[in-house]
Design a protein around this ligand. Sequence first.
Ligand SMILES: Nc1ncnc2c1ncn2[C@@H]1O[C@H](COP(=O)(O)OP(=O)(O)OP(=O)(O)O)[C@@H](O)[C@H]1O
Ligand SMILES: [Mg+2]
Length: 400
Amino acid sequence: MSNNKFLKDTDLNEFKLKLNDLNDKLTRSGKKLVIAKSKFSKREVDKEFVIKYSEEYKQAKANYLEACKDSKFIDNFNNAKSQLKNAKKSDDNYQDLYNQYKYSKALFKGYKIAVKERGFGGELYALNNVALKLDDIKFKYREDHPYAVNGVSVEIEHGNYVAIIGHNGSGKSTLSKIIIGVLEPTKGNIEVYGNKVTKSNINIVRKFLGIVFQNPDNQFIGSTVRDDIAFGLENRRIEPSKMSDIIINAAKKVNMQDFLDHEPLMLSGGQKQRVAIASALALSPNILIFDEATSMLDPKGKNEVKQIMIELKNTREKTIFSITHDMDEILNADKVMVMNKGQLVKFGTPKEILSDKDFLRSINLDIPFVAQVEEALQNLGLKISGSENLDELVDKICQI
Ligand SMILES: Nc1ncnc2c1ncn2[C@@H]1O[C@H](COP(=O)(O)OP(=O)(O)OP(=O)(O)O)[C@@H](O)[C@H]1O
Ligand SMILES: [Mg+2]
């Protein structure tokens, strides 16, 4: 083994992901076997049925144990050790060999911990710039129900701000729950930054994702704002020494740094939602979903949260999905997804979407206020269109 053939952190990461996957399959087949045995005891199935699941379980166990026995980390360590042993302190590369020895030793230790923790802690990386790729996603809540999401395909590049609109019951929330992995699609594939989402990697994929829901009161766990933001970090086993800075930075992003020791329930609706956003941001998700995050707030709270969403958009560090009934909000978006009866019926820029107002009305959607005024002016013979906000519209009117 030459120097450049030594293992790296990425090898350990791959090992963890593999072990995590096989452990997941093992747990799953174990559960299936228990169910099969219970059915057998109630005479609902025959012995063959149990044997089939028993074989599957044995195979999953063998695969898992085989993967645990991976000898490459010890071989790598032994190799580094022998190279160091054969070198003299006066050799030019002695320090490099010593560093390699220490590194290989740490990797071997990492391997042992990974086996003990059954592959916990493997990381997925962004493999491309496509934040989310949905391929023919279908979902129904029950077998005898119609599809709540019915064949949605879309590709969203990193850094986009996407508004999702649609009448009540059109499948927006269901789709967001599928994206964050709370619901498993009945059919179709999902890729997050090029990583195909599977049953066994969904927990790892979730690290890319954060969500802020509608009701600010349902999102609190901690007794202070600080505890609340810390909760998700503890779940992710973030080192305690790093937590304080992460919490303060997240609170600053939503302008709540002066409220860290306050009780969440004593805050205003807008402040609560800002804390919910901070809790999500603390986990550094690449994709942030807002499911009607402003709909239960008073006008002041709405504006506070909308302002934060625009600030987040302007950094272009995150891909943002905003599910909204507030049609004025779509003007801020880069792309708009229009849902109707579980289907993605239109996808385009706000201008493209608003160019067909009759279509929007036909699926019971309002038109943004600015677009309504433009339409009224157009009916009076004035050529005004495409204003992104009220100020722009006023400017255009003044120029006539
Ligand atoms: N837990 C559930 N069990 C059964 N059916 C459900 C469940 N949640 C939603 N549905 C149904 O799935 C369909 C899509 O609902 P979903 O909540 O995704 O729509 P939505 O676009 O988010 O609506 P809204 O604008 O009202 O929030 C609807 O027909 C709804 O009745
Ligand atoms: Mg909804």
